[in-house]
Design a protein around this ligand. Structure first.
Ligand code: ADP
Ligand code: MG
Length: 499
């Protein structure tokens, strides 16, 4: 089976998200679509999957032009898609999600719950997915939810499988497993469209690579191309993939944490007796596999956790137990793990998001009313300074791509007087260009004398940015080691092995 797109154009108002895109994908190949955040990848695939209507262009399957007006049309034509943000209904079971709404799709014939269960178990066994058909989707970790979407596509007999940034939510081990399964499907004759911005994965799994920049196809590359070649095609300029930084100039102690324990509402300790300090001009990076208490530790420091014991001081002033507002106003910049939920208000404009916790302070407020002029001026200034790609600062934050949303958060948090930067997974889901930008900003903060507490599950990021590394395992700091500690040693510590 082959899927061919000709001249696909999609406009959102004045923005051309897809500009006359041609693309051909054939069975038995993994075709990577590589592009920066905002390049137009998801838009293109949502058109193929019937979620968006193109303004121009045609989609053909096996040389026949098709009208795909809904995901059901797409599934019926043999096209399945796994979304960047999953489309499952949380309060339903896996089997219910697979049956519901699909009654009209040809392929598996009539699918009742019983048969869906059997099919789920069959596909799950074939790909080592370990998915329980009766589990509620809301109880499943994201890695498993993704498998449910893959299973759905396979049950409906997808011959073309589109995966939109599938590795963004996975651990390194889960990623390796997914890439193996993609190759297995390819070898069985499935055409795989692999949307990503991760160069290592493209080079490892892709048979063909098409690069999209600002809505246009700008070239194709072979998987043997170097990371630098791919990165510069994607970004449109030479990109340095190594983090460059000078030796730290340490000042006095900024943040000091003593015997900090954080509990959930049942009293279970998620952070256990953690002690450390960070100096001015220093980056302490916390490494560890996701879910070992990193999020709770970050939240405790910025006043987002209720049940805490121990001491937290910034410049000698107590922070333990204070409100988020007080913590932020005492000089903490917070870059939260989930920018969509905690970093931004999507329905607010970009310029409003840029003053979220500052709206009642001058120059934005005179004590009684907000100055729209000051808000607008600040918006224009920050959008330029942080290279936020938006048509206007008055557009809703929801219209931005992930990398640009993160830039809005950085622009707001780093543009006020700050002593300590707490950054949780600051580059998760971002492309090379945005990652480079975020890394440069974090190093600039450190070089200007601020203390930085960085949480990252990406070992490359930890090793590239840290002045010292703390490894977190089951709520504890299992070790605090120098930045030049070997990856092997760090890997062992992350698995709880202390030598
Ligand atoms: N529904 C929408 N309304 C307005 N603009 C949108 C919409 N969806 C996407 N865009 C814009 O289109 C561009 C391409 O977005 P997208 O396809 O999500 O990029 P990618 O998936 O490559 O990161 C971005 O500038 C984005 O802000
Ligand atoms: Mg996308």
């Amino acid at each position: 089976m082959s899927l061919e797109l000709r001249g696909i154009t999609k406009r959102f108002g004045a923005l051309t998200a897809n500009d006359a895109i041609d693309l051909k994908v054939e069975s038995g190949e993994i075709h990577a679509i590589l592009g920066e955040n905002g390049a137009g990848k998801s838009t293109l695939m949502n058109i193929v999957y019937g979620l968006l209507a193109p303004d121009e262009g045609t989609i053909s399957v096996d040389n026949k032009v098709l009208k795909i007006e809904s995901p059901l049309d797409a599934l019926a034509a043999g096209i399945g898609m796994v979304h960047q943000h999953f489309m499952l209904i949380p309060v339903f079971t896996v089997a219910e999600n697979i049956v519901l709404g699909h009654e009209k799709v040809k392929g598996p014939g009539f699918l009742d719950l019983e048969r869906a269960r059997r099919e789920i178990l069959r596909v799950s066994a074939e790909f080592n997915f370990d998915v329980d058909p009766d589990a509620l989707v809301e109880d499943l970790p994201v890695g498993i939810q993704q498998r449910v979407e893959i299973i759905r596509a396979l049950i409906y007999d997808a011959k073309v499988l589109i995966l939109d940034e599938p590795t963004a939510v996975l651990t390194p081990q889960e990623t390796d497993e997914l890439l193996r399964n993609m190759k297995k499907l390819r070898d069985q004759g499935t055409a795989i469209v692999f949307i990503t911005h991760k160069l290592r994965e493209v080079r490892e799994a892709a048979d063909k690579i098409t690069i999209i920049r600002r809505g246009k196809v700008v070239g194709t590359a072979s998987p043997t191309a170097s990371q630098e070649e791919l990165a510069s095609l994607m970004v449109g300029r030479p990109v340095s993939l190594d983090v460059e930084k000078n030796a730290p100039k340490l000042g006095g102690i900024a943040l000091d944490v003593r015997n900090l324990t954080v509990r959930d509402y049942t009293g279970r300790a998620l952070v256990k007796n953690v002690s450390f300090s960070i100096s001015d001009g220093e980056i302490l990076a916390v490494a560890g596999v996701q879910g070992n208490g990193q999020s709770e530790l970050a939240e405790a420091i910025v006043g987002l956790q209720e049940h805490i014991e121990g001491e937290i001081t910034l410049d000698g002033k107590n922070l333990a137990g204070v409100s988020v507002r007080k913590a932020l106003h005492s000089g903490i910049a917070f870059i939260p793990e989930s920018r969509e939920e905690d970093g931004l208000i999507s329905s607010f404009s970009i310029e409003e998001n840029l003053i979220l916790d500052l709206h009642d302070l001058p120059p934005f407020s005179n004590g009684s009313a907000i100055s729209q002029v000051a808000v607008a001026e600040n918006g224009v200034k920050r959008v330029a300074e942080f290279d936020i790609r938006a048509l206007s600062p008055k557009d809703p934050a929801s219209s931005l791509s992930g990398g640009n949303k993160q830039k809005v958060v950085l622009a707001r948090e780093l543009s006020r007087p700050v002593r300590l930067v707490v950054a949780s997974q600051p580059t998760r889901g971002l492309d090379v260009g945005s990652i480079e930008f975020v890394h440069e900003r974090i190093i600039a903060e450190r070089d200007s004398g601020r203390a930085v507490l960085l949480f990252s599950t990406e070992l490359d990021e930890v090793v590239g940015l840290a002045d010292r590394i703390a490894v977190m395992y089951r709520g504890e700091f299992i070790a605090i080691v120098p930045a030049d500690t070997s990856r092997e040693e760090l890997g062992l510590l992350m698995a709880g092995v202390k030598r």
